[in-house]
Design a protein around this ligand. Sequence first.
Ligand code: FAD
Length: 311
Amino acid sequence: MGHPEGERHLERPDCVRGTRFRKVGRVRIDEILKSGGPAFSFEFFPPKTPKGSENLLGTIEELKALEPSFVSVTYGAMGSNRGKVIELVEKIKNDLGVEAMAHLSCTGHTRAELEGVLDQLSGVGIENVLALRGDPPKGEEFEAVEGGFAHASDLATMIKARGSFCIGGAAYPEVHPDAPDAETDLANLVKKVDAGADFLITQLFFSNADYFGFVERARAAGISVPIVPGIMPITDVAQVKRFTAMCGATIPADLLSALEAADGDGERVLQVGVDHAVAQCRELLERGAPGVHFYTLNRSPATRRILTALR
Ligand code: FAD
């Protein structure tokens, strides 16, 4: 998803238990995805303060009861939060015993800087990386820095050459907003997979027809890696309108009217969002999706309700 908001959404006030849990061994996400059962994963963004990070780790520790296959941590624009990302994925994996994936984006980074981040990730035992181009600062066009990369596929090529990481990539059922058309976007996605992406996670979408149509086109184009649907539980009407406008996703008319009718009543909005996501996930899994990646926006109750309903 990649457009996190502030840490004010953190809902769990307690501190993390200090106990070290267990070290997760080598776990590649592509292997998890190919192993059969649906893989459920949660995406979080690094909070701004140490207290926020502590709360987030507490939330993730609680979510362990839902047995996520992995948890991912987003990378901030221009790498401003790279230290926090590395620290969080390290703690999630090594202290909480949950497999962790670090997002990494090209925005504002030279190749050498990206290599430095990868060295640090591998130094703390992380072996799953989501290779992204990243978004430009608001209102600007994306531009690679001198000595940096212009496309996620360039980053994937560099990571692949290092040999040790399982590489994820982003995919867009409703087409990436910068792409001139769906065909060009798909041809670029093929390049990303050829460059080394071992699996793909989609941008959020609310109509499963978009995902199934996209997977069909991707398979016809020769992409054979797992394509995990990305689902965002809606908890706030204004926020989902803002996100979809930014990332080019559509809110189906019936969902939009249900949300607008519930707007102003937080619990009703949450219920509309949860009901929609449960129905979406059920159909996705029944029709062969390898799992579901939840954009939690650091709010865990909605994701917990959805996953509990699914199970
Ligand atoms: P690319 O794959 O490089 O694609 C971007 C555009 O360039 C597309 O229009 C594509 O068609 C085109 N393109 C790709 N390759 C080529 C090529 N070889 N030649 C010409 N054109 C090409 N953002 C963050 O900042 N941090 C995050 O942690 C984050 N996490 C995300 C997680 C997921 C699952 C998703 C779906 C998105 C995430 N994002 C994140 C947002 C992402 O960075 C933006 O959507 C960004 O605009 C594109 O990133 P990308 O990796 O898809 O780029």
